[in-house]
Write a protein that binds this ligand. Structure first.
Ligand code: TEU
Length: 556
């Protein structure tokens, strides 16, 4: 594997709407990020991914872009963004922007023009397609429910394609003019000094232009989830993605992290690694278990074993191929502590043990804002408290399937994306110090104890522990091992234990995290010494004992 500037670094995702509000309008902004820049430096992260900050009607919280080259006034100004870039350069930090180029917003001038004249130039920037026998062109279901096709007003039988919300029309990648415009835009931001991109929903750009549809899936509505078509067509994606890379990322040595679901073993190496379309991709193996189901109310129960086995599978695969990006959570998933841990461990001890298991996986780890505080899910009590369009769609589906309104809200409470999107907790004061106005989304119920200020005052807090984990991962003595060391799985005998090693030539480290109620004992050898630990951990004569939620990293 060729060495790259981003190897050995730790990344952090900011969801700008919820990070910090500097002007009291209830919504986080660039000013808030600048205010807390020191916090990020002290945490020890090197790369910051900003979820979309561009002009948008915010139907999908900025993943619906109406102007790719302008900062949304809700978030601030281009001058503030440049200030953030300057701070990053000063502190050897890097910014990744969110590249949302499978679709744009229906408020984008091109789409507005296309709607006026679907046969015109801009019409061909999108997919305007005639129906078949009075029905939409195919039977695919959008990621947010209903058909992927929306009827065009004023026409009997004309539809446009949207894999996500109807306000997010898909861009036509088969039109070279669209690709050229996108490459220009990507280069605009790279020239400005961003270090790369997290690339949104990118595998969806490939389409079968005959729109054949697929056999209906289990949902029972005669439709099939669009993501199955995406998985089927994935082998065709490199045609576009390599062109994108050659024209933009490669000349800038940009870091690109793709949000790519459903890559089969056979094609994986085309996407990741030295010659891959992207520098790296997120590991969504655990998430895929949920999204394979068409409805929240069918999502499986999760536990530590699910997290372990999903990650181990990808870790082993990536040994041969290149780096992947391990995650515990992001803005589309519930909080990991609530998702994977049993009730009795949804606390600081559990959060820290899980963090230990996560932090030394091979690849470029991404921490999601608030994860370093051990944030759990926010408790939602009524439908009106949810903002996410997907939550409202899932609510309707629950009701249509016979759940009571109370049951439906309880299901959203567990699975909604809003769980991750509630405001960052800065202090134990009003609105957790996030905003002097009314926050756009509910504040977490435990803000009095989970917040940054309180945790900074407590050396045993999850925040301090994350700082130490990051410092260990980047400690020059261990950096090569934790960066390039092979991943080697340990014993799988106990489903409540995560045990693996990192090995590089003669160097070795072992990571053991137990989530048992009682004690877990394992022989690790007399040369082992504890580099970091959390909870009740004992190492005596080569025998390691962990009690309750506890974890450690052993060096040899
Ligand atoms: O998500 C795309 C995606 O593929 C879905 O898996 C996503 O998990 C969705 O949350 C379904 O639960 C990306 C963004 O991360 C998401 O926030 C956007 O809503 C979506 O693209 C559309 O841009």
């Amino acid at each position: 594997m060729k060495k790259a500037w981003w190897h050995g670094k730790v990344a952090y995702q900011i969801y700008p709407k919820s990070f910090c509000d500097s002007n009291g309008d209830g919504v986080g902004d660039l000013g808030g990020i600048i205010e807390h820049f020191d916090y990020l430096c002290d945490l020890g992260v090197d790369i910051i991914w900003l979820s979309p900050i561009f002009v948008s009607p915010f139907v999908d919280n900025g993943y619906d872009i109406a102007d790719y080259r302008r900062i949304s006034p809700l978030f601030g100004t281009m001058e503030q963004f440049e200030e953030l870039l300057r701070l990053c350069r000063e502190h050897d930090m890097h910014i990744l922007l969110d590249l949302v180029i499978n679709h744009c917003s229906s408020e984008h001038p091109y789409f507005k023009q296309a709607l006026k004249n679907p046969e015109g130039e801009e019409g061909n920037y999108f997919y305007f397609v005639r129906g078949k026998q009075g029905l939409p062109p195919d039977n695919l279901r959008s990621y947010f429910g209903g058909s992927v096709w929306e009827k065009v007003d004023g026409y009997d039988d004309l539809y446009y394609l949207h894999y996500f919300a109807k306000e997010q029309p898909d861009l036509n990648w088969y039109n070279i003019k669209v690709r050229e415009k996108l490459y220009d835009m990507v280069n605009f931001w790279l020239d400005k000094g961003v270090s790369g991109f997290r690339i949104d929903a990118i595998m969806n750009i490939v389409k079968d232009l005959s729109f054949p549809g697929l056999p209906p899936d289990e949902a029972g509505d005669g439709r099939c989830h669009a993501n199955r078509m995406t998985a089927k067509l994935a082998p065709l994606a490199p045609r576009f993605l390599n062109e994108l890379k050659e024209r933009t990322f490669k000349p800038h040595q940009a870091l690109t992290v793709a949000e790519a679901f459903g890559l089969s073993d056979e094609i994986y190496s085309q996407f990741v690694g030295d010659d891959g379309c992207f520098s790296t991709v997120f590991d969504f193996t655990a998430r895929e278990k949920f999204e394979a189901q068409p409805n929240y109310f069918q999502y499986p129960e999760a536990d530590v074993q699910l997290y372990r086995d999903s990650n181990f599978k990808m870790q082993e695969k990536s040994n041969q191929i290149g780096f992947i990006c391990p995650i515990l959570e992001n803005h589309d998933e519930p909080r990991a502590v609530s998702l994977y841990l049993k009730k009795s461990q949804q606390n600081a001890q559990g959060a820290q043990a899980l963090a230990t298991a996560f932090m030394f996986l091979r690849g470029l780890p991404f921490i999601y804002q608030g994860q370093e505080l051990g944030m759990t899910n926010t408790h939602f009590e009524k439908l009106e408290e949810f903002n996410d369009l997907q939550a409202h769609d899932e609510y309707r589906k629950c009701i249509n399937n016979g759940f009571s309104p109370e049951q439906a809200v309880a299901i959203l409470d567990v699975h909604s994306r809003d769980n991750a999107r509630t405001p960052m907790l800065w202090t134990d004061g009003a609105n957790a110090g996030f905003s002097t106005g009314k926050p756009w989304l509910k504040v977490h119920q435990d803000y009095k104890s989970l917040n940054v200020r309180t945790q900074l005052a407590d050396p045993k807090s999850t925040l301090h522990y994350y700082r130490r984990l990051i410092a260990l991962r980047k400690d020059p003595q261990w950096l090569q091992l934790f960066t390039y060391g092979e991943f080697v799985k340990g014993s799988l005998a106990d489903p409540e234990v995560i045990d693996y090693a990192r090995v590089l030539d003669t160097e070795r480290a072992q990571i053991v995290a137990s989530f048992k109620d009682g004690a877990y004992q394992t022989e690790v050898g007399r040369t082992a010494r504890i580099l970091i630990s959390t909870g009740e951990v004992r190492l005596e004569e080569g025998i390691l004992t962990l009690k309750g939620a506890a974890a450690c990293v052993l060096g040899f």
